[in-house]
Ligand binder design. Structure first.
Ligand SMILES: Cc1cc2nc3c(=O)[nH]c(=O)nc-3n(C[C@H](O)[C@H](O)[C@H](O)COP(=O)(O)OP(=O)(O)OC[C@H]3O[C@@H](n4cnc5c(N)ncnc54)[C@H](O)[C@@H]3O)c2cc1C
Length: 394
C-alpha cells in the first residue's frame, strides 16, 4: 500500500441524509466525491425515521418552521430546494407516499426505499462511499484537506462536515462536527436535546401515574404554541405537542397546557346551567379521558354540585385548565432526542453554499448546523436542502 492519499474533488464526512444528498448532487455535476462514515451502513437514521416509513418532508417547510440563532439563515437553501423537488425525486423512483397529517409526507412502504434512492443517485454520480471507517485525523494545508480514516487516507480541496448532531448516540451519533468546527475556529451554539420527552419530578411526579393517557392539548412555551396530542409517560410528558414544545423549553421554565382547547370561554358556567346536579369531576369526565379527569378534578377544591359553586370559582377553574402549569425538571436527554437544537453557528457560514467564511473549501450541512426543524419532516427537508446547496457549490 502506498502512503499517497487518494485524490478527490470533495470529501464528505457522514453518510446521512444531508451527506448523501450533497454527494449525489456534486457527483452528478462531475465532481469526484468520497463519502466516509464510521457506521456500518449509510442512512441509519433515515431507516428508523417516521416509525420505519420516513417522514421525508413537509409541504409547509419554510424558514418559520425552524429554530436557529439566525432565523433567516435557512431561507436561501430551503427556497432553492423545496419539498416539491424532493417529491419529484421520490416520484421519479416510483416510491408511493401519502400525507399523514399537517403536511407530513411518509412512504407507504419503507424508509429503505429512501436510502436506496439516495444511494442510486450517488451511484449515478460515481460517488465512492466507505462505511465502517472512523476518521482518525484531519490535516489542512496548502488549500487541501487530508483525511486519515480506517486503513486509508484521502485528499481534496473541499471538505463537507455532514456528521449530524449528538442525538441518539446508540445510532452512531456524535458531537464530532462540533469538534471539527471549533478546531477550524467556527463557533458552536450550545447544543441541547430537542423533540424530546420532558420529565416531571416533585409534586408533579404524581402525574406519572397517568402513564399511557393521551389527550389533544395546546402546549405553550413563551409565545410558541402547538396543538397536538400529549401523552403522559412513566417519566413525565411526551407526544407530538410536548416534543414540539421541548425544542423551545429551557431548564427552569414552566410550560402551559390547555387541556380543553375545544372549549370556549364560559363553558363551565354553561355546564352549570345545563347540568346543575353534576359535579366538576362528572363534567370533566365528559370531555377528557377518564383517568385524566380524575387526576385534574382531585387537584381542585370544588366539591359537590355545580349549582352550588360560585361562577367566579368556575371561571378560575376554567383558566387553570386552559393554562395548566407544569415545571419539567429536565428532558430524557440526547438518548431519546430526535434532534439537537443549536450546533455550528450560522454566523460563520454562507447561507448560499454552506461554506465557512474563514476556511475556504470547508462546508457544513444538515443537523450539524444551528438549524433545527419542527417535528414532521422538517428536519429531513433541511438535510436535503442544505446538502443540495453545498452540492451545487463543490
Ligand atoms: C428516531 C428518529 C426519528 C426521526 N424521524 C424523522 C422523520 O421522520 N422526519 C424528519 O424530518 N426527521 C426525523 N428525524 C431527524 C432526522 O433523522 C435528522 O434530522 C437527520 O437524519 C439529520 O441528517 P444529517 O445527515 O444531518 O445527520 P445524520 O442522519 O445523523 O447523519 C450523520 C452521519 O454521520 C455519521 N457520523 C457521525 N459521527 C461521525 C464520525 N465521527 N465519523 C464518521 N461518521 C460520523 C453517522 O454515522 C451518520 O451516518 C428523526 C430522528 C430520530 C433520531
Amino acid at each position: 500500500m502506498t502512503n499517497h492519499p487518494e485524490a478527490f474533488d470533495a470529501i464528505i464526512l457522514g453518510a446521512g441524509g444531508a451527506g448523501l444528498m450533497c454527494a449525489a448532487v456534486a457527483g452528478q455535476r462531475g465532481r469526484r466525491v468520497l463519502v466516509i462514515d464510521h457506521a456500518d451502513q449509510p442512512g441509519k437514521k433515515i431507516l428508523i425515521s417516521g416509525g420505519g416509513r420516513c417522514n421525508f418532508t413537509n409541504i409547509e417547510a419554510g424558514a418559520d418552521r425552524y429554530l436557529s440563532a439566525n432565523p433567516h439563515f435557512a431561507k436561501s437553501a430551503l427556497g432553492r430546494y423545496r419539498p416539491a423537488d424532493f417529491i419529484a425525486l421520490v416520484d421519479r423512483y416510483g416510491i408511493a407516499w401519502h400525507e399523514k397529517t399537517l403536511g407530513q409526507l411518509f412512504c407507504d412502504g419503507s424508509a429503505r426505499q429512501i436510502v436506496a434512492m439516495l444511494l442510486d443517485e450517488c451511484q449515478s454520480g460515481d460517488v465512492t462511499i466507505r462505511c465502517g471507517q472512523p476518521v482518525r485525523e484531519i490535516d489542512h494545508a496548502d488549500g487541501h484537506f487530508t483525511i486519515s480514516y480506517g486503513q486509508g487516507a484521502a485528499r481534496a480541496p473541499a471538505l463537507v462536515i455532514a456528521t449530524g448532531g449528538p442525538s441518539i448516540p446508540k445510532m452512531g451519533a456524535t458531537g464530532f462536527a462540533y469538534d471539527v468546527a471549533r478546531r477550524f475556529g467556527l463557533k458552536v451554539v450550545e447544543p441541547r436535546p430537542a423533540l424530546v420527552p420532558l420529565t416531571l419530578g416533585g409534586e408533579e411526579a404524581l402525574f406519572r401515574s397517568l402513564s399511557g393517557v393521551a389527550s389533544e392539548v395546546v402546549a405553550r412555551a413563551g409565545k410558541t404554541a402547538f396543538r397536538e396530542a400529549a401523552l403522559f409517560t412513566h417519566r413525565g410528558l411526551s407526544g407530538p405537542a410536548i416534543l414540539q414544545i421541548s425544542s423551545y423549553w429551557r431548564h427552569g421554565e414552566s410550560i402551559g397546557i390547555d387541556f380543553l382547547p375545544e372549549q370556549g370561554a364560559g363553558w363551565l358556567r354553561e355546564a352549570k346551567r345545563a347540568r346543575p346536579r353534576a359535579g366538576l369531576h362528572g363534567v370533566l369526565s365528559s370531555v377528557l379521558p377518564g383517568r385524566l379527569a380524575d387526576a385534574l378534578a382531585e387537584r381542585f377544591d370544588v366539591p359537590g354540585e355545580l349549582a352550588n359553586v360560585p361562577d367566579r370559582t368556575l371561571e378560575a377553574a376554567e383558566r387553570r385548565l386552559a393554562d395548566w402549569r407544569f415545571h419539567p425538571n429536565g428532558t430524557e436527554g440526547f438518548a431519546k432526542a430526535e434532534v439537537t437544537v443549536g450546533g455550528i453557528a450560522t454566523t460563520g457560514l454562507s447561507s448560499q453554499t454552506m461554506e465557512a467564511r474563514s476556511v475556504p473549501g470547508l462546508h457544513v450541512i444538515g443537523e450539524a448546523v444551528d438549524v433545527t426543524g419542527w417535528l414532521g419532516g422538517y428536519n429531513f427537508q433541511w438535510a436535503w436542502a442544505s446538502g443540495w446547496a453545498a452540492g451545487q457549490a463543490l
